[in-house]
Design a protein around this ligand. Structure first.
Ligand SMILES: [Zn+2]
Length: 86
């Protein structure tokens, strides 16, 4: 199982103009500027504004993980002569 397959890039949206085009000043900078309406946010502010989308992605990943896990379990049991799945 490759954990990286569960990674998601979450597209942030500006709460004011709904643009997803941001200018990340630099890796070290904590400020993000919306290219749509020129509003400046901190990364935290933007994350809070997008927390619903982030939660939705987390749920989606959790569902995918449990689905994959179930399949792995079934595959593992298939090859076993000790356990009979009825
Ligand atoms: Zn904006």
């Amino acid at each position: 199982m490759r954990p990286s397959k569960y990674e998601r890039t979450i597209i942030m949206h500006c709460p004011i103009c709904a643009s997803s085009d941001f200018d990340f000043e630099s890796e070290e900078s904590n400020f993000v500027i919306c290219n749509g309406c020129s509003t400046e946010y901190t990364r935290e502010e933007l994350q809070v504004q997008n927390s619903e989308a982030i939660e939705a992605h987390k749920n989606e990943i959790a569902q995918e993980v449990s689905r994959d896990f179930k399949k792995q379990l079934q595959d593992a049991l298939k090859g076993s002569s000790f356990i009979k799945v009825k």
